[in-house]
Design a binder for this molecule. Structure first.
Ligand SMILES: NC(=O)c1ccc[n+]([C@@H]2O[C@H](COP(=O)([O-])OP(=O)(O)OC[C@H]3O[C@@H](n4cnc5c(N)ncnc54)[C@H](O)[C@@H]3O)[C@@H](O)[C@H]2O)c1
Length: 351
């Protein structure tokens, strides 16, 4: 058996610590160092018993890790990942892949040119529940996918917004939260041809949006809507409905995504599939409901196990930089559509 992959962590905040909790359960990888200039980070590295650096470039140069996890602030993602690629080190890069498409295009080019793999942390795609939903849609169990409804409606406490950057333009729920839903919609339903959108800050009055209503037309012809708000006392969101993260009290009977096709429909995360017994039946006949099964497991841990394989060259990233860039392009198209009142087409991203 090969020796454990030596993984360094760049950014030991909330998400970096979650990655560490999973990393320490793996046999195939081990944490080798932490880089983070923040006031808590030296103590965290000491507690974990690994070398500490304030600057990730010194870590890369001195320790030569086999791979790194990058979980620092969004605006540092691209420059940090570029530093890792320049030293030939594979990266698990937290979402969003970057803040602007222009900088992300540079990362797509660097990843292609160096051949060093980058896995972007859209971890929900690793959830076995999503893998099963993906399989069902791709198998044709729903027939021709026709209507897609996605909900992300929650209430963040007012204290969440005491941190100033969370009230600033560009840092709203589109990039922070709806990016996960949009990434899953692309994964499950295919690429988006065009969008229309209205956003509003009518509740909190901050510089960024607290509500968004988005219309989506997919390349395959399906039509969809995504309605999101972080200012409503409602139970419809992946966080509350999926049980993926225990910090959110579970609302197990509420769906957040509803996919409907000519032969059937699927509610997610319940994985309840609806269909008629007879092919030519219609709304006067009873719809039958089937409970689809999957083996529940932790998406963040599965993502890490996949990353170990990616870093060893045994697997291709489930979410590449170019793939994640397409989700960011969709967000930019939604912003442009909301600002202009026009339908907008997401920018094309080549590998
Ligand atoms: N996948 C998910 O569901 C998910 C959830 C939450 C956050 N995230 C992402 O994880 C990233 C971190 O978010 P967070 O909630 O942990 O934020 P956080 O503020 O808790 O942690 C960020 C850490 O980065 C450190 N940092 C700042 N500058 C740095 C630098 N130059 N080099 C290294 N470290 C630096 C900070 O000191 C801090 O410890 C963000 O990109 C966020 O979008 C992903």
């Amino acid at each position: 058996m090969s020796s454990p992959l030596r993984i360094a962590l760049i950014g030991a905040g909330n998400m970096g610590q979650q990655h560490y909790q999973h990393l320490k359960t793996l046999n195939e990888a081990t944490l080798c160092a932490v880089a983070d200039p923040g006031p808590q980070a030296a103590g965290i590295a000491a507690e974990w018993g690994v070398p500490y650096f304030t600057d990730h470039r010194a870590l890369l140069e001195q320790l030569k890790p086999d791979a790194v996890i990058v979980a620092n602030p969004n605006n540092l993602h691209v420059s940090t990942a570029l530093d890792c690629l320049a030293t030939g080190v594979p990266v698990l890069l937290e979402k969003p892949v970057g803040v602007h498409l222009d900088e992300v295009r540079e990362l797509v080019a660097a990843s292609t040119a160096t051949g060093v793999p980058v896995l972007v942390g859209h971890h929900r795609r690793h959830n076995p529940l999503i893998a099963r939903a993906h399989e069902l849609v791709r198998s044709g169990a729903l027939g021709q996918l026709t209507m897609v409804t996605a909900l992300w409606q929650v209430r963040k406490p007012d204290s969440y917004f005491e941190i100033p950057w969370r009230r600033e333009a560009g840092a709203g729920m589109l990039l922070t939260n709806l990016i996960h839903d949009l990434d899953l919609l692309r994964h499950l339903c295919g690429e988006v041809h065009q969008v229309q959108a209205i956003t509003s800050n009518a509740v909190r009055r901050f510089a960024n949006e607290d509500c968004a209503a988005v219309l989506l037309q997919f390349d395959n012809g399906a039509l969809g809507s995504l309605t999101g708000s972080d200012a409503v006392a409602a139970p419809w969101s992946w966080e509350l409905d999926s049980g993926e993260n225990p910090v959110y009290p579970l609302q197990a009977d509420q769906p957040c995504y509803l996919l409907a096709g000519t032969a059937g429909a699927l509610s997610i995360p319940q994985l309840k599939r609806w269909h008629y017994a007879e092919a030519d039946a219609g709304w006067h006949q009873p719809l039958q409901a089937v409970q689809e099964c999957f083996n529940a497991d932790e998406a963040l841990r599965l993502q890490l196990q996949h990353f170990v394989k990616v870093a060893r060259g045994e697997a291709k990233p489930l979410v590449s930089v170019a793939d994640a860039a397409r989700t960011l392009a969709l967000i930019e198209a939604i912003r442009e559509a909301a600002a202009s009142g026009r339908a907008c087409v997401p920018a094309r991203i080549e590998e």
